[in-house]
Design a protein around this ligand. Structure first.
Ligand code: NDP
Length: 277
């Protein structure tokens, strides 16, 4: 690797498990691009300084994951439309004028995985969104843009569900309900698990009555963290039960295109990861 090799990283805490370096290296190999993509495990108190050092040292771009996405947004000088409406960033890119630009690829990544890889026509779907954290914010607008009929947001902390609904600003299509009411709020065509329960080894205890006939169930988590939710969805006869690996690959492809101007073939990388994870 030469001294002028472009340097990228993913900031998170913890972040050792991240698949981003592997995905970006695979894309780079495919496109004949030489790059150095590392991992930066940085606690919250050190994040701002670490970002400044990385870019002052010539870093060409950074992905950002939990728990830094909101601060990443705040550190940036300017923001893409996707980042602005979500209020968090998972991509930071230095600009030619020296400014730092924030972007968020989560929503488009989910919609592309569902609509293109799994051929789900999202139009008209009555959607249940479980969770109201950063990822739920990231995907909600893109689901509305993709034409879902309605989103019901249910979160353990009710105030966060209300805040997300207020931010979405479409009272005709978006409503919040209490977690305790899950037994009585009917059934849905599309259920998105945007909670981090699986990551922390907790189970959600969801009623089967939520799963409508031929419903699609999607967990933004992947690997072992999605096991419980996917088992629940299959037991409830969901038409499709999917984890978030495809979304992860699609969000990385958006970032790769932003940085390198080339669209990688995501399917081959998705299949490689699927066969080894
Ligand atoms: P946040 O910490 O911002 O939000 C976590 C959410 O999960 C909150 O709504 C929280 O509710 C809820 N929650 C946590 N534990 C429980 C529980 N035991 N029961 C019910 N609700 C619970 O995390 P993110 O939004 O950033 O991430 C959420 C998930 O999405 C993670 O698993 C992450 O890995 C995944 N993700 C996947 C991506 C992909 O590309 N596939 C991209 C981004 C995220 P409360 O408000 O009450 O605390």
């Amino acid at each position: 690797m030469s001294d002028d090799t472009l340097r990228y990283t993913v900031f998170g805490h913890p972040v050792g498990h991240s698949l981003s370096p592997r995905i970006h290296r695979a894309f780079a190999h495919q496109c004949g691009i030489e790059l150095d993509y590392g991992i930066s495990d940085v606690p919250p108190d050190d994040f701002a300084a670490a970002v400044r050092d990385f870019f002052a040292g010539g870093g060409a771009g950074a992905n950002v994951t939990v728990p830094h996405k909101r601060v990443a947004f705040e550190l940036a000088d300017n923001h893409s439309e996707a980042a602005r409406r979500v209020g968090t960033a998972n991509v930071l890119t230095p600009q030619a004028d020296g400014s730092l630009r924030a972007h968020n690829t989560d929503g488009d990544g989910l919609v592309r995985d569902l609509a293109e890889r799994h051929r789900v026509d999202l139009r008209g779907h009555d959607t249940l969104l479980l969770g109201a954290g950063g990822a739920a914010h990231g995907v909600a607008w893109s689901l509305l843009d993709a034409g879902v009929q309605r989103i019901t947001v249910v979160n353990r902390t009710a105030a966060s569900a209300d805040a997300l609904c207020d931010r979405l600003g479409e009272p005709e299509r978006v409503r919040s309900r209490y977690w305790d009411d899950l037994d009585t709020i009917g059934s849905y065509d599309l259920i998105i698990n945007a909670t981090s329960a699986g990551v922390t080894g907790q189970s959600l205890s969801l009623p089967f009555s939520l799963v409508g006939a031929r419903a699609f169930c999607y967990d933004l988590s992947y690997g072992a963290a999605a096991t419980d939710f996917l088992a629940w969805a299959r037991a409830a006869n969901a038409r499709l039960a999917l984890d978030g690996l495809g979304m992860l690959v699609e969000t990385a492809a958006d970032t790769f295109e932003l940085w390198h101007g080339k669209r990688p073939d995501t399917e081959v990388v998705y299949r490689q990861l699927r066969s080894t994870s």
